[in-house]
Design a protein around this ligand. Structure first.
Ligand SMILES: CC(C)(COP(=O)(O)OP(=O)(O)OC[C@H]1O[C@@H](n2cnc3c(N)ncnc32)[C@H](O)[C@@H]1OP(=O)(O)O)[C@@H](O)C(=O)NCCC(=O)NCCS
Length: 173
């Protein structure tokens, strides 16, 4: 297993993981219509990986030569005063969960953010996503913020919770 920076060539794998893991995670939690219309968008992903914002961190994790998970991180999107860093997304294929990939991805995000002077971070998670929440709690995060899910039309009644780490040093070991 190994975590590395994502490159343009990872676009297809990332999109496959995004769609498969999204469907497995959110089916039954979010409206079926939303889950069914989810499609890989390799071109858009390629474009984003080709010219990422300077502050954006994109990682993948591999099992052998296969990319099985990814995480994106950077500055907190709403400029939170207490938590200047954020992990925007973290997904590991269902068949490869529970093997340490998630922990390794978060470690790398925390390490690179700390190198840039950011040592307090947030991660937003759907309130009903007990897999994600259990994982963040295991890693020492605590729920610190709450907001309506704004991204997806038709799912506005859902709520997101932010797990926070005031000091990411324990994540680095
Ligand atoms: C959440 C997710 C990224 C975790 O990745 P993972 O590779 O399965 O997690 P790891 O194997 O690295 O687990 C790290 C530790 O957390 C624990 N853990 C993992 N999931 C857990 C859960 N649901 N509840 C409690 N503990 C959990 C592991 O037992 C492990 O503990 P240990 O190191 O003390 O043995 C992954 O399960 C996933 O992609 N889930 C679906 C998508 C999702 O919910 N993403 C987050 C959206 S915000």
């Amino acid at each position: 297993m190994g975590v590395r920076r994502a490159t343009v060539d990872d676009a297809e794998a990332i999109e496959r993981i995004r769609v498969e893991t999204w469907r497995a995670t959110y089916r039954g939690l979010l409206p079926d219509g939303l889950i069914d219309q989810l499609q890989p968008n390799v071109e858009r992903r390629r474009e984003r990986l080709r010219s990422p914002a300077p502050s954006e961190l994109n990682f993948v994790t591999e099992e052998g030569a296969r990319v099985v998970g990814y995480a994106f991180a950077g500055p907190e999107r709403s400029r939170d005063r207490e938590y200047p860093g954020e992990v925007y997304a973290i997904y590991v294929l269902p068949a490869f969960q529970g093997k340490g990939h998630g922990r390794a991805l978060i470690r790398e995000c925390a390490r690179e953010l700390a190198d840039r002077g950011i040592t307090a971070i947030l991660i937003w998670v759907l309130r009903e996503n007990m897999i994600g929440r259990g994982f963040y709690e295991r890693l020492g995060g605590t729920p610190v913020r709450e907001k309506p899910l704004e991204e997806f039309p038709g799912a506005e009644e859902h709520v997101e919770i932010a797990y926070g780490w005031k000091d990411t040093r324990p994540l680095l070991t």
